[in-house]
Structure formats: C-alpha cells, structure tokens
Design a protein around this ligand. Structure first.
Ligand code: ADP
Ligand code: MG
Length: 229
C-alpha cells in the first residue's frame, strides 16, 4: 500500500528579489511500513522535503498524494486535520512546551484530537515505552536532551500516526544518547508498523534503514531501495 507519493515536486523560496530554488523535481513513492532515511549535504533541501511531504509547507509544482489525498485540492484546514490525525513529527530541537509537565506534553495530542477512553493510561504506557515512566511530573527544563527527545517521540507516537517524520532527531545529542534514541525509535516504529521518513547526517543511523535516499541540490541523487542490513 502506498502511503505517499510525489512526482516532479518543486519548491522555491522567494523573498523580495531573493529567489532560492530548493527542491527541483523530486519523485518518490513510500509504501506502508517502510523506514526511509534521507541524507545529503547541509542546505541540499532535506528539511524542506520533509516539511513538504508532511504538509507543513506548500509545494510550488508537481503532485503530492499523501495518505490517499490529492494534496493540491486541500485547504490549510484539511491539511492540518490530516497532520493531526495521521502524522507525527520529531525535530532536532525537541519543541516541547516548557510550561507543561512530561505527562501533559504527551497528553496534549489526545486532547487536541478529542480522544476519549483511558487517556491517562495511554500516556502512562507510552511513557513506559520510551523509558520515562518516572519522569511524568518533570518539566522539560528538568530533563536531559535525550530525555526531552524521548518525550517528543512519545508525543509524536501517542496518537498512533500512519507516518512519522523525523528531522535530524539526534542532531542535538551526543553519540551515545543519539544511538539510544534511535534504538527506541526503531523498536517503537517497527512494532507499531508505522511508516517513517528520517532525515539524518548519521551514516550509522541510516544504515539501520532498508532504504536511503540521497539528496543533492534539491534533486534525488540516489534512491537505494533494496539495501540489506
Ligand atoms: P537541509 O535540511 O538539507 O540542510 P533545507 O531544506 O533546510 O536544507 O534548506 C535548503 C535551502 O533552502 C537552504 O539554502 C536554505 O537557505 C533555503 N531555505 C530553507 N528555508 C527557507 C525559508 N523559509 N526561506 C528562504 N530560504 C529557505
Ligand atoms: Mg535540515
């Protein structure tokens, strides 16, 4: 089953007279259950691609079909609803809400989605899965970077998204902590059967993925789909 596909996807940032073509005709298809690494030099357009595929940025040209939706036809409101219902995001700089506890940060997506049922139980279980059961009442500034990223991961996964987007999730962490986070990511994503796309600089991290897409100057340089681990 195809989760998302794009063809000829192009994106240009224009500010006054400064025009920066960032993505130049990207075509790719991601199937359910794939874990795709996106690599490439700094400034090559990796984050922009992730933002476009995650419906956070509009595209300028080409076609993007996401979770069965022809995205060109969607309003901002409809895109937001798809993100809320079906997508999870983890960024390099955690973006936790500083005034909320760990528990509240992870609960928030369930409140926004108006999920009923045993919300507290789900939050507790999710925090256990990321190894933070004993940090429920902490605030983000009382946590290490690795712990903060675990909270961000729990928040991204609590709603059981169809697709998880990760942009350099270990970029602000030391090597050992980064490895621990990635292990947690792979375990949770694989056991839940979630599709994931992860931008990373880290070849070792990418080596965990069956598929590595290399971007250069806004184009796909290589799409290695059948790597054996
Ligand atoms: P990467 O994640 O591969 O390092 P990005 O996708 O963040 O690259 O950026 C690619 C290019 O797009 C860069 O040259 C950057 O300056 C430019 N860019 C990114 N975001 C914006 C923006 N909001 N406005 C203008 N230019 C941008
Ligand atoms: Mg980036």
């Amino acid at each position: 089953m195809t989760i998302l596909s794009c063809s000829g996807l192009s994106k240009t940032y224009a500010q006054n007279t400064l025009v920066t073509p960032v993505l130049r005709g990207i075509s790719l298809t991601v199937d359910a259950g794939e874990f795709v690494a996106v690599m490439g030099p700094s400034g090559s357009g990796k984050s922009t691609l992730l933002h476009c595929l995650g419906l956070l940025e509009p595209i300028d040209e080409g076609e993007l079909i996401c979770l069965g939706h022809q995205t060109a036809a969607l309003s901002d409101r409809e895109k937001a609803a798809i993100r809320r219902q079906s997508m999870g995001f983890v960024f390099q700089s955690f973006y936790l809400i500083p005034g909320l506890t760990v528990r509240e940060n992870v609960l928030l997506p369930l409140l926004i989605r108006r999920c009923s049922g045993d919300r507290d139980g789900r939050v507790r279980q999710m925090l256990e899965q990321v190894g933070l059961a004993r940090r429920e009442q902490y605030r983000p500034n009382q946590l290490s970077g690795g712990e903060q990223q675990r909270v961000a991961l729990a928040r991204a996964l609590i709603g059981q998204p169809a697709i998880l987007f990760l942009d350099e999730p270990t970029g602000n962490l030391d090597t050992k902590t980064g490895r621990e986070i990635l292990k947690c990511v792979f375990e949770l994503v694989n056991s839940a059967g979630i599709t994931a796309i992860m931008v990373t600089h880290d070849q070792a991290a990418a080596n965990w993925c069956r598929r590595i897409i290399r971007i250069r100057d806004g184009s796909i340089e290589q799409d290695d789909q059948r790597r054996t681990r």
